[in-house]
Design a protein around this ligand. Structure first.
Ligand code: C2E
Ligand code: MG
Ligand code: MG
Ligand code: MG
Length: 286
């Protein structure tokens, strides 16, 4: 009976799916007011140079402090925001807020600790939005921050099969000095030769590779794969960042393999911006 009544009826027959749908629906309708009310906030996770352990920058990760459900991670609401288009104003807010933060860090350090960069995630919808380049330029200018302080992270899957129209804004930004990183690299069905076509300067190796380095010494096949990616990346003048480093053994293994920068719980969990003020240099060499 449920089946013949169509998709909606079939869902009502499953109370759990129904509850999920209600939450999804509730969250979706609450998104616009959440942005107006300032319920979103950003946590920052440091990016650490594997060679000398210095903090080179941080990735901005958005969260939603929902009045009823508490803190929600991006996996709960980014897909909904993408679906409704709210990702465009939300993404613009994230960019503006994190650039403002980058400026505050730079001022605080008086340029003494090298450039502190901010990594901001970009969803495919933002990439296709005509205002992207102009918004970014304006936000940087308003904050008095140079483009080299910004790295935009785009997932590999967002760029697979991307035509030139989609790549054009990224090229423009790259020409201005904004770095483009290919996020979650290695999870899609990427055509490695395709890399040359993309205006990226950084590969962010997905956490699944880092997981293979859990034990020391790591699985030799995992080592070979990462070694191959690193050597290909470096031969194309791309830097390699690794995500999800949770142990010192992983950090050491990835450093030996030639990865440039690392990010993960071993160094710091994502946290409030003040956390980066006093972050001491981590000895990443073991
Ligand atoms: P991502 O860009 O790949 O971000 C890395 C994710 O790995 C973050 O999850 C981070 O908290 C988590 N992580 C960091 N270190 C470790 C570790 O050592 N171990 C483990 N197990 N996890 C670690 P988070 O914050 O839940 O973000 C999930 C995804 O949501 C991000 O993946 C990104 O794709 C997306 N996202 C976050 N903020 C934004 C945003 O402002 N805009 C857009 N479009 N997407 C965002
Ligand atoms: Mg990212
Ligand atoms: Mg990533
Ligand atoms: Mg990832």
């Amino acid at each position: 009976r449920a089946k013949s009544a169509g998709g909606n009826r079939a869902e009502l027959a499953d109370p759990e799916a129904d509850a999920r749908a209600i939450t999804r629906h509730g969250l979706t309708t609450a998104l616009p007011t959440a942005l107006e009310r300032g319920e979103f906030f950003i946590e920052y996770q440091p990016l650490v140079h594997l060679g000398d352990g210095s903090v080179r920058g941080a990735e901005a990760l958005v969260r939603w402090l929902h009045p009823q459900h508490g803190v929600l991670g991006p996996d709960r609401f980014i897909p909904l925001a993408e679906h409704t288009g709210l990702i465009v104003p939300l993404g613009r807010w994230v960019l503006e807020e994190s650039i403002r933060q980058a400026r505050a860090w730079r001022e605080r350090h008086g340029g003494q600790c090298g450039p502190l960069r901010i990594n901001v995630n970009l969803s495919p919808c933002q990439l296709g939005h005509p205002g992207l380049v102009q918004d970014t330029v304006e936000i940087l200018e308003r904050a008095g921050v140079t483009p080299d302080a910004l790295c935009l992270e785009v997932t590999e899957s967002a760029l697979i099969g991307a035509d030139d129209d989609l790549l054009k804004p990224l090229r423009r930004l790259a020409e201005m000095g904004v770095d483009i990183a290919l996020d979650d690299f290695g999870t899609g069905y990427s055509n490695l030769a395709n890399l040359r076509r993309l205006p990226v300067s950084i590969l962010k190796l997905d956490r699944s590779f880092t997981q293979g380095m859990q034990r020391f010494p790591a699985d030799p096949v995992d080592l070979k794969i990462v070694e191959g990616i690193v050597s290909l990346a470096h031969s194309l003048d791309l830097a390699v960042t690794v995500e999800g480093v949770e142990t010192g053994a992983q950090a050491e293994q990835l450093r030996i393999l030639g990865c440039d920068t690392a990010q993960g719980w071993y160094y710091a969990r994502p946290g409030p911006p003040e956390r980066l003020h006093d972050l001491t240099l981590v000895d990443a060499t073991g």
